[in-house]
Design a protein around this ligand. Structure first.
Ligand code: LLP
Length: 424
C-alpha cells in the first residue's frame, strides 16, 4: 500500500504531481510519502499493540540503514518509532531526528571501541553483541567508563532466509551473531561481569523474507534459549526479533501481512513475558519511496533491441545491479498505446548499469518521466557519486506540501570536497 497514484492522468505523490517535483528539483530524485511511512508504521504498531500480552510494550525500531534521511527518521520518531542502528553515524542521525536514546538499539558485526563508547555515553537502550571478541572489548570499554550497558546477545539461529544470497544473514556460514550454544556461554559470561547487563537475545536472519516459516523457526530458537537461560537462573526480559519481512515489489507477489507476522511472533513468545522488539527497515520504507527519473533518449538498434536510457543510473539505485532486484518502472504520465519491450539502462559506463531487460512498457519518448517504485528502502542510502554524478537528492511529500530534504550537491560542492595534496 502506498500513496503514489495517478490523478488526472499523471502520477502524484500524495497531493503533489511528480511532474512538478521534477521541474523544480530536477531528476533523478527520490520522492518519499509521509502518509505511506505513517501507514506502514501504524499497521505494525496496531498489530503489536493487539498482542501486548505476549509481546509486552513492543519496541518498533526502524532499521536506519534502510533510509537514513533525517526528515524520514523525524517523521517516524514523532510517531514513537525507535531506531535500529549499526554505526555511530546512524546513532547520531537517530538522535538528531528526535529518537530518544532509550529507543535506540545498536547492532552490527564490527563496532569499534570508539563507537561502543559513544553508544554507552549517549545511553542507548541496548547494544546487541555479536561475538565473544566484541563482548570482551565492550566490557573493557564500559569498565573504563564505569558503566554497565544493557546488552542482548545476537544469536545466529542457523536459519537463513531472504530475497537474495547477499541479504541472507542467519545461515551458519554468515558472519552475523553466534550459534545458540555459544550464545548461552556468552550470556553466562556477561552475567558475571559488572560492566554489562545482559537483558536478552536478538536475531535477524535476512531481508526480503516472503515466508513466515524461517522467521518462526528463528523465533522458536530464541524462545527455547530464553527458557533454558531462565532455568539456569538468568534474567531474560527482552527479545529482539530483527527485521526482514518482505514487501511486494511487483504487482503479483504478496508477502505475509505485518499483522500475520506479528501474530506469529506473539504465538511463539506467548507466556514468556518478555518485551519484544522489531527492527523493520524495508517494511516501513520501501513502498514509501520512488526514484523519479527522466528519459534521456531511446536507442533503437537495427536488430529491434530498444534501450530506454534514463538519467538515473546504478549509482543512484544499486539494488538491480547488486541483487538483480526487481523494481517496477512506471511512466509518470502514461501515453496510450501498446506496450513494447525495453532494456532500461542508465548512463554509467558498465553493463551492470541495467535496471531491467526486456521490460514491457507503454510507449515512451525522450524527456518523459518515469519512476522506479519500491525505492524508499536501500535506495538513496546506497547511492554513490560513481562516474562523478552528483549524489541523488531526496524530497519528502506530505499532503500538498513537499520539501527537498537532501539537496543535490552542485558540481562546485562536489569538487570542493577534495583538497589538492599540498605538493600538487
Ligand atoms: N536488523 C538488522 C540487524 C539488520 O541487519 C537489518 C538489515 C534489518 C534489521 C532490517 O531488515 P529489513 O527489515 O529491511 O529487511 N541492501 C539490501 C538489504 C540489506 C539488509 C541488511 N540488514 C537490499 O537492498 O535488499
Amino acid at each position: 500500500m502506498h500513496h503514489f497514484d495517478l490523478k488526472d492522468g499523471t502520477l502524484h505523490a500524495e497531493g503533489v504531481p511528480l511532474e512538478l517535483i521534477a521541474d523544480e528539483a530536477g531528476t533523478p530524485v527520490y520522492v518519499y510519502s509521509t502518509a505511506t511511512l505513517k501507514r506502514h508504521y501504524g499497521l505494525l504498531r496496531a498489530a503489536a499493540d493487539a498482542h501486548r500480552e505476549a509481546l509486552g510494550e513492543a519496541l518498533i525500531a526502524f532499521a536506519v540503514k534502510a533510509n537514513s534521511n533525517l526528515s524520514v527518521l523525524a517523521t517516524l520518531a514523532r510517531l514513537g518509532c525507535g531506531a535500529d542502528t549499526v554505526s555511530e553515524g546512524e546513532i547520531r542521525r537517530a538522535l538528531a531526528a528526535g529518537v530518544p536514546a532509550d529507543r535506540i538499539i545498536f547492532s552490527g558485526v564490527g563496532k569499534t571501541d570508539m563507537e561502543l563508547a559513544f553508544a554507552i555515553g549517549v545511553g542507548v537502550r541496548q547494544i546487541n553483541v555479536e561475538s565473544g571478541a566484541e563482548l570482551d572489548r565492550l566490557i573493557a570499554v564500559a569498565a573504563m567508563m564505569g558503566a554497565s550497558p544493557a546488552i542482548a546477545i545476537r544469536v545466529n539461529p542457523n536459519v537463513g532466509a531472504g530475497g537474495h544470497a547477499k541479504i541472507t544473514t542467519g545461515g551458519k556460514s554468515d558472519k552475523f551473531g553466534v550459534p545458540a550454544a555459544e550464545a548461552m556461554d556468552l550470556y553466562r559470561q556477561a552475567s558475571q561481569s559488572t560492566h554489562v547487563t545482559p537483558v536478552g537475545l536478538a536475531c535477524h536472519i535476512g531481508s526480503q523474507i516472503t515466508d513466515l516459516a524461517p522467521l518462526e523457526a528463528a523465533f522458536r530458537v530464541l524462545a527455547q534459549m530464553t527458557r533454558d537461560l531462565r532455568a539456569q537462573g538468568h534474567a531474560v526480559t527482552r527479545l529482539d526479533l530483527g527485521g526482514g519481512l518482505g514487501v511486494p515489489y511487483s504487482g503479483g507477489s504478496e508477502p505475509p501481512s505485518p499483522a500475520d507476522y506479528v501474530a506469529m511472533a506473539a504465538r511463539v513468545l506467548a507466556g514468556l513475558e518478555v518485551e519484544a522488539a522489531f527492527e523493520p527497515g524495508r517494511l516501513l520504507a520501501a513502498n514509501a519511496g520512488v526514484l523519479l527519473s527522466q528519459v534521456i533518449q531511446i536507442n533503437e538498434r537495427s536488430d529491434g533491441r530498444r534501450f530506454l536510457v534514463l538519467d538515473a543510473a546504478m549509482n543512484d539505485l544499486m539494488r538491480p545491479a547488486l541483487y538483480e532486484a526487481y523494481h517496477d518502472v512506471l511512466p509518470v504520465t502514461p501515453r496510450p498505446g501498446a506496450s513494447q519491450p525495453y532494456d532500461v539502462v542508465g548512463p554509467v559506463c558498465e553493463t551492470g548499469d541495467t535496471f531491467a531487460r526486456d521490460r514491457a512498457l507503454p510507449p515512451l519518448e525522450a524527456e518523459d518521466l518515469v519512476v522506479f517504485t519500491g525505492a524508499g528502502a536501500y535506495g538513496a542510502v546506497m547511492a554513490s557519486e560513481y562516474n562523478s554524478r552528483p549524489l541523488v537528492p531526496e524530497v519528502l511529500v506530505e499532503g500538498e506540501n513537499w520539501a527537498v530534504v537532501r539537496p543535490r550537491p552542485t558540481y562546485e560542492e562536489m569538487l570542493d570536497r577534495e583538497p589538492f595534496a599540498d605538493w600538487l
